[in-house]
Ligand binder design. Sequence first.
Ligand code: C2E
Ligand code: CA
Ligand code: CA
Length: 775
Amino acid sequence: MFDSLRSRLILTLLSLLTVLAIASGLATLTTMKQDSQQQAEQALQVAANVLLQALENRATQLSNSVRLLASDYGFRRAIATAEQETILSVLDNHGSRVDAALAVLFAPDGQLLASTNPALKSSDFSPFFDPTQSRSAAAFSDIQRLGDESFQLVLVPVRAPQVIAWIGMGFQLDQQLAEQIKGITGLDISFTSAQGRNHSSRNSTLASHLQPAVLTALPELNAGQQSPFSSPDEQYLSLALPLDQHHALWALLHYPTERWQSSYQQIRQQLLTIFGVSLALAFILALVIARSITQPLNRLTQFATAITKGESKVRLPEATGEVGVLSQTLSQMQQAVQQREEQLVHQARHDHLTGLKNRTYAEQELQQLLSQYHCSLILLNIKNFRHINDSLGFTSGDSLLQQVAERLKLVKPVASLLARLGGDEFLMAYPRPFQDSDALILKMQLQQDYHLDGSALSLSFVLGIYCIEADSQPVSDALRRLDIALSRAKQLQEQYSFYQQGQDEHHQRRLTILRDLPTALQSNQLFVVYQPKVDLKQYRCHAAEALIRWSHPELGFIPPDEFIQLAEHAGLINQVTDWMLSAVIRQLALWRSQGIELKVAVNLSAHDLNNPSLPEHIAAILQQHQLPTKALALEVTEGAVMKDPKQVIHILHQLRQMGIELAIDDFGTGQSSLAYLKQLPVHEVKIDRAFVKDIENNYQDELIVSATAQLAHGLGLKVTAEGLENKAGLSILRQHQCDTVQGYFFSKPLTAEQFSSWLGSFSLQPKQWFAPEDL
Ligand code: C2E
Ligand code: CA
Ligand code: CA
């Protein structure tokens, strides 16, 4: 909570103010208190002086009066004659005149001769009046407790001329005196008598209910300098004055603390109010200051956050001072970041050689385009660009690519999207169908000369075109179809090719086949079927052709032509042949162990015949299953031989020398067949099904079969007719001297088990397959 700058600022300001306020408040109050106390003490001192003055005045008044009396002749005589009654009446009269509370007469030995207060005895005076001892014959005054009362007493000797008596007169320290003093000083006063710490109140102007609290528990009073002391309830500040010589009588002056305390409290209250108000004001001020600091900072933070998020439209907060500088810096940073970002984005989206959009960006754009229009896509390739690169160097290649890119920007119709997908592959998109004429115009513009180091150069292009008619489709699908169209154009050596519906599915199927073939070779999806080859001269079957089968878990039966061709393209055919050779040789060994002696032909493809280790490899498998080489035959197409006649013929020789029988397959469909036939070290010619299947109806086929058979026989080769489907054809083939026949007429290709049982039943009555006239 206190982490934020704002709260810390507020807190700091408030604590500072609080400390200041408390310090100044305390100082003020302490000074005030001291001041008040001083004033109180002064007031007390003044009151004390007044009291002392009053007492002194009274003493002077008394002593004048007593002196007067002492010098009175009549009175002296009355003493001398000891006229008790006269003395008493004189004392009484004289006392009343000065308002004395007491008038006494002592003998020189201190014996009480007469007293206006009959309750007092001689002994009551003894503590203060001992004429034999201290007192010489001089008058003196003192304050003294007499009985229960306190008196200010003046004693004057009566001389005639010796001291014949002492006259004393006293005022009582009573309530009246106390009130009198209070009247002058304005302070309460109490007279107390003390014995140690015990005081008993004599007279006090204090309200009676206050007296116990103020007058009990007084500090021990002694003659030294007394300083004012507080009553236990702190209501009064009191000053004690000793009245008598023995310090048994005290006057206490009371200064009510309430007087200065109320003003002290008032000021304290005011201070507290000022403090509270200024604290509140300071809080508001701190809030405002904190806000004025933190608000721009907050705005800057928001601004910085927006920059982080890459929001470019946020406005720079206006500010001055340091925040302003920071704000400016942030703004510059934002601009720099934005520029760099734009640069990076541009780099990420464009091809740096040609400046055209790159594949990633093109795909993004296509997504929008495809969702909006039925558009046409064109994928463009420079023919033999690799060759150009190789022969002219990469710099020239790059320059040509740049020129092509520039040309593409200018061609009509103008593309709504133009990108380089990679290498020499360019993509164009049009938001409308693309016609053959468009393709031709485009090509024409593109094929105009390019320039390399001052010399003109023409390029040819090949185009794949995909006009999208269906609703929007994923970009990847569209690009794949476009790619298929381009591949087709290349394959067919066309200038351009439109994507046709279904090509993609076909393409996908091919991909699936290729992807799954390696797994199929390991699992049980592949198997071998055997198609019998029947010997027409001996009415026997000692041979068969092995054909591969694939039952795919998803695609079902895949025709061998389809996947063999793909395997050849993908370089997987060697694995297929290996598998086939092993499977067939294993089966042959098994049959042989069952007493079935067969020669089974395995088909080889062109790639197999480029493998110099093939003969060795076959020998190894035969050896492994201890099968004589004559049990195996191999079929080779003319096309396979033509690819590399020298190498193939060399391998064929090796195989022949091993004792393996070789046949030329699909004879008659190849191009330069006859010329090579004599050089080929084969034993057999297999006339293609195309000439056999309809031979009974097609005289030309018959002529071809007849001619081929004669030629082959002339070269010392056996002749097999493939694809015989009916009895009528069989007769014709026999007439033309075909040695063996293979076809559905005898049997479709069969699994090993089916083949054994077919062979069993065929061997029992072979001749029933033939027409009687052929036997
Ligand atoms: P191919 O070598 O010419 O094989 C003969 C094809 O003709 C076989 O087709 C067979 O079933 C078919 N056939 C035989 N008699 C008749 C008939 O009377 N009427 C009709 N309509 N067809 C008949 P299949 O098994 O579909 O094989 C097609 C081609 O696939 C083969 O032609 C061969 O080129 C290739 N092939 C098959 N198995 C292998 C193999 O193991 N290795 C290689 N490299 N190619 C193979
Ligand atoms: Ca064959
Ligand atoms: Ca064939």
